[in-house]
Design a protein around this ligand. Structure first.
Ligand code: UD1
Length: 421
């Protein structure tokens, strides 16, 4: 087991490159299953969630080669259509394989991903959509099976909520369905557009990705393609928060500033100076951050739920009282108890967190409850007086590529240490 040991109080300065987006890499890798040939995906972040995705592709019969951040998938041969329980448990997002396996083999069988640290996470929208595309769906005692003895067919699918994963599963499955599929109230996240770009370069005909209505004109088959994953806007915002909390001055490169619109507004309101130029963003923090009136997490282009925890950590040491409302996931405040141990004054009432800014955090041992909550604790550790020891950092490794190396490059005093369990 590894822990992070952080000696807080170092001002973050310098430049860093931002990793490729985890939430793009996973669906794109799943979609390679439909290509019946070789696809080469660049800028895949080196994360445990990506490792889990590669394990699933190999289990399904694909030949997968990894060369640093480039993953080559040859899906000429697919020999399985079920994902065993142990692989599903490695990564909740494995449900992203649903549409790809169904469209490729006519049948998919997997265990339900179930709830996780951040909420119940139902997949009803995914399953209803597969039904609309012509599959028979059974969902019994945690085991899901979708089957169709003929090619899937196009359909009009109106989502009651713009689910990212459901939109992706529909786009993938409908790419090779017969006829036209329309997704109404589709998710508009940049990762949706990235997946559409990949599928289109494989021969799919998808238009409207990034807008509320997506149209997929099904084609007979897809072929392999080369694609570069977009930068990770969540990782970028996390480093921005680290700079903001340490009175830092940091330039982040290899990002797309437009993807960070609502996040930049929040940092500016907190008193940071932000300059964007080309594919870079420069953040300069004030001597004391200011509170934010209200932040409400929303589907894109609203404020991302994945940046809620890092920003709550930041506002914990701002001057004044801030309010954050989490509208997407019901259990996304588990890290707050740990932040409180470090000195934060936060009152949680259902989905609302009221943050009364304190002068500083104090370093203590804390435990990572989930991926983004873990990032919030790292940020608090960087800003804290004294030493913070963070355990269960395997959660952080799911989404941040060698976070300690990026932060060390910016002068942070953080190290990963192996300890006996
Ligand atoms: C994706 C991201 C995750 C991000 C989330 C919201 C990946 C791998 N993960 O997760 O980092 O936090 O988008 O931006 O891309 N819901 C249902 N029924 C469904 C599906 C979803 O009720 O069938 C609900 C969920 O419980 C949740 C909300 O819809 O309350 C949003 O979920 P969704 O957009 O599907 O998130 P994910 O795709 O799981």
């Amino acid at each position: 087991m590894s822990v992070y040991i952080i000696n807080g109080g170092q001002r973050l300065t310098g430049e860093a490159d931002v990793q490729g987006a985890k939430n793009s890499a996973l669906p794109i890798l799943a979609a390679t299953l439909l290509c019946r040939g070789k696809s080469e995906i660049h800028n895949c972040p080196e994360l445990s969630d990506v490792d889990a995705t590669v394990n699933i592709l190999r289990h399904l019969g694909c030949e997968v080669e990894r060369n640093g951040r480039t993953i080559t998938v040859d899906s000429s041969q697919v020999s399985a259509n079920e994902i065993p329980d142990e692989l599903m448990r490695e990564m909740r997002s494995s449900v992203i394989f649903l549409g790809a396996i169904l469209a490729r083999t006519g049948r998919v069988s997997l265990s339900t991903p179930g709830g996780c640290e951040i909420g119940l996470r139902p997949i009803d929208l995914h399953l209803d959509s597969m039904k609309k595309l012509g599959a028979e769906v059974s969902d019994e005692f945690g085991h899901i099976c979708c089957e169709s003895n003929k090619r899937l067919h196009g359909a009009k699918i109106s989502l009651s909520f713009p689910s990212v994963g459901a939109t992706e599963n529909i786009m993938i499955a409908a790419s090779t369905a017969e006829g036209v599929t329309t997704i109404v109230n589709a998710a508009r996240e940049p990762e949706i557009s990235d997946l559409a770009d990949f599928l289109n370069s494989c021969g799919a005909r998808i238009s409207g990705a990034g807008e509320g209505t997506i149209t997929i004109d099904g084609v007979e088959k897809l072929s392999g393609a080369t694609h570069t994953v977009i930068p990770d806007r969540i990782a970028a915002a996390t480093i921005m928060a680290a700079a903001a909390m340490t009175h830092g001055r940091v330039c982040l490169n290899k990002i797309i500033p437009a993807h960070l619109g609502p996040v930049i507004d929040v940092f500016e309101e907190a008193g940071c100076r932000i300059n964007t130029f080309g594919r870079s963003i420069l953040i300069e923090a004030p001597s004391r951050l200011k509170a934010i009136k209200t932040i409400r997490t929303m589907p894109y282009p609203g404020f991302p739920t994945d940046i809620q925890a890092p920003v709550v950590s930041m506002l914990s040491i701002a001057q004044g009282t801030s309010v954050v409302i989490e509208t997407i996931f019901e259990s996304r405040y588990k890290y707050i108890g740990e932040l409180a141990r470090m000195g934060a004054k936060i009152r949680v009432d259902g989905r609302m967190a009221v943050i009364e800014g304190v002068r500083e955090f104090h370093g203590v041992p804390v435990i990572t409850p989930d991926l983004r909550g873990g990032a919030a604790l790292v940020l608090a550790g960087l800003a804290a007086k004294g030493q913070t020891v963070i355990s269960q950092i395997k959660h952080i490794d799911r989404g941040y590529e060698k976070l300690e190396q990026t932060l060390r490059k910016l002068s942070a005093d953080i190290k990963r240490v192996d300890v006996n369990e």
